[in-house]
Design a protein around this ligand. Sequence first.
Ligand SMILES: [Zn+2]
Length: 219
Amino acid sequence: MSKKMKKLFLGILCACLLAASLPFGPASVSAEDTEVNVGKLSDSAITFGYAKIEVKQGKKKRLNVMLGEDTPDGKIKWKSSNKEVAKVTKKGVIKAKECGTTVITAKIKGTDIKASCEVEVVKYKKYRVRATGYCNCASCSGPGHPRTASGRYPKQGRTLAVDRRMIPLGSKIVMDGHTYYAEDTGGAIKGRRIDVYFHRHSRASRFGVQYKTIKVYYD
Ligand SMILES: [Zn+2]
């Protein structure tokens, strides 16, 4: 192949790869996709590898982006869409200030190549608690208690009973990666104790006694 032909061939190859990756692929190109070393494609790769993260209010967190093999470090421009929620330093370190959501963008300087991820700033406390199960039956809740202390009807997978002096009613609580809400109270539920609501007594008693770490979110 002549030099000219080679150039042409490479040009077409690049154009095809670009065209193939643009309309259907993700906004960013992951590091694995850049192993085919085709001119500028590998230079331009940048991705967070995740779409959303949670950062605790008052904390710092370093965001990592994956770059193409030839993308030099330190040539990234960082931006936060809402600086009141979180700022981001030149090195990609988030400072979480207020509860809310912001979009952090990492852009390779002098190009339009960028990646972004959503950062949610949250306030929470972790507690180690003794968890038991309960239902609406007379032996669990006494007679005539169809509603929870919050006024809502209880729902399996959502309702937890808590000590409202420690956890305000209505709080979002994450346990084992699942989101519940503090909706009920109970005579025996004092301090670091929670009761997990089940529709059926058999499920409630099968839950037994478990020690859990829960995350209680505050507004
Ligand atoms: Zn019961």
